[in-house]
Design a binder for this molecule. Structure first.
Ligand SMILES: O=P(O)(O)OC[C@H]1O[C@H](O)[C@H](O)[C@@H](O)[C@@H]1O
Length: 476
């Protein structure tokens, strides 16, 4: 029996190995049980998919199972970004959504994200319950299923087009009056994912000059990972230089993450993008509220919050925690270092489309390049330098238990001033330097994050931490 687990954000598995029609039906049946036990079966469930291999076929299979359980399936009629599907849940007051996606994972993966009625990532209690129900379905081997034709004839299947509703909402979230006619040339990179035509169309409609790349569906993602980070945006950097454009904006496979590149081809890490947007919302839009970040995200956000008398909140890694804070209220901006962001008034789900448009809005507002705005930001609040190392481990996490039980008091020449264990283990050092070590919830990796006030300090810290980790790991 296969082990279907919802990690940091949904279940992901290799297609035809664990990610099979049979297992997708099992998950769909469990979601149907979950919906019925919460007495939400009248509301219907949105079923979405991105551009991955057989995404539509898997989505149809989910719809067939939901319909057989008496739940109306609202099947999207084209590859659709996760945030758009999440927005659809709120817009149509559905009981939730099933999104077929493996986000930015390699092309041979697919996955399922379950989005409950509050339009954000499923929280831990929900995924724990889903895993229990999945196990029960596996044991009983009882999956209901009817054909799509029968589902349609019973009015348990409807096709929906979410794009116009989402775009109407964006008109309330983005200052199109500021964006309109801005003298900006932007290269938009959809990375062959579900975000194709979202950012680019909106920018074009507002009169900006737009060049698009990787804007057609390709389940192999052109041989790259659909992950908009420094490593996978070479094509975007090249096109920006070639077109002499002002800015580059990218999205991952399901467009919940963003990627930003400056005119000189320099990748702007999400930590800096989040700081830029926090400043933009406060300084230009004159908004206030709490600033929420994950434990792995830059403390520059706290500094910005402090200077403006705002509260900042630290959560474990995963947008589900940021989303929970957003639902509690008064969150100006919530974000994470892996490229997730949402703002006040929007859904409690990360949205790479919204974030990219906010960056364009900021540049249009200030009539400056992103590099100049970043320099101003650093002048105003100071600068932090951060890195993340992703290390393969041998699967045994004994070392983690060891340091959890007995956190170090010193690492190399660094004194440990504080320990936080909300996710992995975070060590606070002198001079606002910190390091975090935690197992990834989406990949068989250990992530080590470091932050320091200068490049030299960061280099030293990183070296010390790598040596320390190697010693720990070798001791196993
Ligand atoms: O570091 P990991 O546990 O692999 O998680 C990294 C990221 O995974 C997914 O994309 C989640 O949606 C994010 O919220 C999370 O930050």
């Amino acid at each position: 029996m296969s082990d279907i687990r919802f990690g940091t954000d949904g279940w992901r598995a290799v297609i035809a190995d664990q990610f099979t029609m049979e297992n997708v039906r099992i998950v769909a049946q469990a979601i149907a049980h979950y919906t019925i036990e919460n007495q939400q079966q009248q509301q219907g469930i949105i079923v979405g998919h991105d551009t991955r291999f057989m995404g539509r076929a898997f989505a149809q299979e989910v719809a067939s199972v939901l319909a057989a359980n008496g739940i109306t399936a609202y099947l999207v009629n084209e590859p659709t970004p996760t945030p758009v599907v999440a927005f659809g849940v709120r817009h149509f007051a559905a009981s939730g959504a099933v999104m077929i996606t493996a986000s930015h994972n390699p092309p041979h993966y697919n996955g399922i994200k379950y989005i409950p009625d509050y339009a954000g990532p499923a929280t831990n209690p929900i995924t724990i319950r889903l895993e229990q129900l999945i196990h029960q379905v596996q044991q009983k081997r009882e999956v209901n299923r009817i054909s799509l034709e029968e589902a349609a004839s019973k009015r348990k299947l409807q096709y929906i087009y979410l794009r116009p509703h989402y775009e109407a909402h964006l008109r309330r979230m983005i200052r199109f009056d500021v964006l309109r006619g801005a003298a900006l040339h932007i290269v938009v990179d959809a990375m062959h994912g579900a975000g194709i035509g979202y950012v680019s169309t909106i920018l074009k409609e507002n009169g900006l000059k737009v060049t698009t790349i990787r804007d057609y569906e390709d389940p192999m993602f052109g041989g790259e990972l659909p992950e908009p980070n420094d490593k996978h945006l070479a094509e975007l950097k090249e096109e920006i230089r070639h077109a002499r454009a002002d800015l580059g904006l990218a999205n991952d496979g399901d467009a919940d993450r963003f990627g930003v590149v400056a005119a000189d081809g320099r990748y702007i890490p999400p930590n800096q993008v989040l700081a830029l947007l926090a400043r933009h919302l406060i300084k230009n839009r004159k908004q206030t509220g709490r600033i929420v970040r994950t434990v792995a995200t830059t403390h520059l956000l706290d500094r910005i919050a402090r200077q403006h008398g705002l509260d900042s909140v630290e959560t474990p890694v995963g947008f589900k925690y940021v989303g929970t804070e957003m639902m509690a209220g008064d969150v100006l901006i919530g974000g994470e270092e892996s490229g997730g962001c949402s703002i006040m008034g929007h859904i409690p789900e990360k949205d790479g489309i919204l974030t990219n448009l906010l960056i364009a809005e900021m540049c249009a507002w200030e009539k400056k390049s992103i590099t100049d705005i970043l320099a101003e930001l650093h002048g105003e609040y100071g600068e932090f330098f951060s890195t993340r190392l992703d290390l393969k481990t041998r699967g045994n996490s004994e070392w983690l238990n060891q340091i959890r039980e007995k956190p170090p008091v010193q690492i190399g020449s660094y004194e440990v001033r504080g320990v936080d264990q909300k996710d992995g283990i975070k060590l606070q050092l002198d001079n606002e330097q910190w390091l975090l070590i935690r197992p990834s919830g989406t990949e068989p990796l250990v992530r080590i994050y470091c932050e320091a006030g200068s490049l030299e300090e960061l280099g030293g810290l990183q070296e010390t931490v790598s040596d320390w980790f190697r010693d720990l790991h070798d001791d196993e």
